[in-house]
Design a protein around this ligand. Structure first.
Ligand SMILES: Cc1cc2nc3c(=O)[nH]c(=O)nc-3n(C[C@H](O)[C@H](O)[C@H](O)COP(=O)(O)O)c2cc1C
Length: 427
């Protein structure tokens, strides 16, 4: 039986252990997590979601306070069209954070940054351009474009001196989306260096509708392979979503993948940014706790634990401080939901179930997003004498994928026949 470590991902003339740890905002895939993957010869991602907010926390800067001060007079208004990011501040925050991670990089792997198009920030192209360009200025090894079609993203950076040498990839959930991206980016004379194909079992936002369960990662990978063959293109394909074990990963490699992108297994690692009590909640999760809902104001379905504290919260929109999801008209679906709920509640408490203030809640780790396989995390983890789960290091999780060896507990029983079999054994 081969193992994942028998394969290598060839990217930009270099070889990597074919494990990409996916970007997880907001600072869930921390610098430490990305650096661990790079040290072990793979590729780790940081995320640029709410980056000024993250920079403030890590580097004691004052980007959020400065923005809030500038727009304080607007706080009571639900018209947020005047609330903008200062592009200089955005560039400084990005450079600070990326430089601080890249300066600590060791080993043969790489650190990439995940950039979501859906963070429209009330000024989509200039803010995205600033984020991408400053990450390149600060020496990032690669950029993974996500959460959107990114039809104009290459054009935003084509005059940057690093445009040809930085690794650039895109996450798609269909061959159609990739075809569109290739067509629109062709003018820049630059192909993506890799394509992450994210299936319906992934964590975070999904590139599917609420009919996500009708799709299958293997089928989409096959369709993307067929598209690239038809176009005469040789671009590494990296499947993502529900790849839980080394064996799962090897099956993808045998089917022609160049590497795998994984995330959920790393959410409980010590280096992951989630607070420890949230990691314990992920480990306690049962299959029925994992839901896909429409509470994200982005309009994309999102997978999370149904116990997420953000669900039902009626917090006041705080776009003067954050405002990452404001569209080009300064609008966010949560503001509408809040206004409607407030009109009904008057001065009473507000509970909103159909939308959430993603900025406020992601920042405070109140949206417990995870992949569909999160309920299996307990299979790979042991409990201490007091019942708490013992959190693995990122290296232990990485090695479990790489060598196909699990350090964890005995498998939990998964289906009725397993239980019946076990009962029979005892009898
Ligand atoms: C907690 C969490 C947060 C995530 N956040 C993002 C994100 O900010 N941007 C993004 O493109 N993908 C995000 N993802 C998706 C992952 O990068 C990855 O592609 C996917 O979850 C892989 O599937 P797996 O979790 O089943 O291994 C997130 C996933 C998780 C589990």
């Amino acid at each position: 039986m081969d193992k994942l470590d028998d394969y290598r991902l060839r990217l930009g003339g270099r070889d990597y252990v074919p494990i990409m740890v996916g970007g997880m905002g907001v600072d869930i895939s921390t610098g430490d997590l990305a650096l661990a993957a790079a040290r072990l010869g793979g590729i780790g991602h940081i995320s640029d979601a709410m980056l000024p907010t993250v920079a403030d926390r890590l580097h004691r800067t004052g980007f959020v306070a400065r923005k809030l001060k500038r727009y304080k007079a607007n706080v009571e208004s639900t018209d947020k069209s005047s609330v903008h990011f200062d592009l200089e501040d955005l560039a400084s925050a990005t450079r600070l954070l990326v430089e601080s991670v890249m300066g600590r990089k060791r080993g043969d792997g790489a650190v990439f940054i995940n950039c979501m198009e859906k963070l429209t920030m009330n000024n989509p192209s200039p803010t995205l351009g600033t984020r991408l360009r400053s990450a390149m200025d600060a020496g990032i090894d690669g950029i993974t474009l996500s959460a959107g079609l990114h039809l104009g993203s290459f054009a935003l950076i084509e005059d940057h001196p690093r445009f040809r040498d930085v690794m650039l990839g895109i996450i798609v959930s269909s061959a159609r989306a990739l075809k569109l991206f290739l067509k629109k980016s062709a003018r820049t004379g630059r192909l993506p260096d890799y394509v992450v194909v994210e299936g319906p079992l992934a964590g975070g936002h999904l590139g599917f509708g609420m009919d996500w369960a009708e799709y299958d990662l293997g089928t989409i990978v096959g369709e993307v392979q067929a598209l690239l063959r038809a176009e005469g293109l040789d671009i590494p394909i990296i499947p993502a979503g529900g790849i839980f074990s080394g064996d799962d990963a090897v099956a993808m490699m045998r089917a022609g993948a160049a590497a795998v992108q994984v995330a959920t297994r790393f959410t409980i690692s010590r280096e992951c940014g989630l607070p420890d009590d949230v990691k314990q909640a992920y480990l306690d999760a049962r299959e029925e706790d994992i839901v896909v809902n429409g509470i994200s104001p982005t309009g994309y379905p999102m997978r999370m634990l149904r116990q997420s504290p953000a669900i039902g919260s009626g917090i006041r929109p705080n776009c003067e401080a954050y405002g990452y999801l404001l569209d080009r008209e300064g609008h966010c679906a949560y503001i509408d939901a809040w206004e409607a709920a407030k009109a009904v509640a008057g001065d009473g408490p507000i509970a909103i179930h159909d939308k959430t203030c993603l900025c406020s809640h992601m920042r405070r780790y109140k949206v417990w997003t995870c992949g569909q396989m999160a309920w299996r995390l307990k299979e790979t983890t042991r409990r201490a004498a007091d019942g708490a789960w013992i959190l693995p290091t990122a290296e232990e999780v990485f090695d479990a994928y790489r060598h196909g060896r699990e350090a964890g507990a005995t498998p939990v029983r998964r289906c009725a026949s397993d239980v019946a079999l076990a009962a029979g054994d005892v009898a």
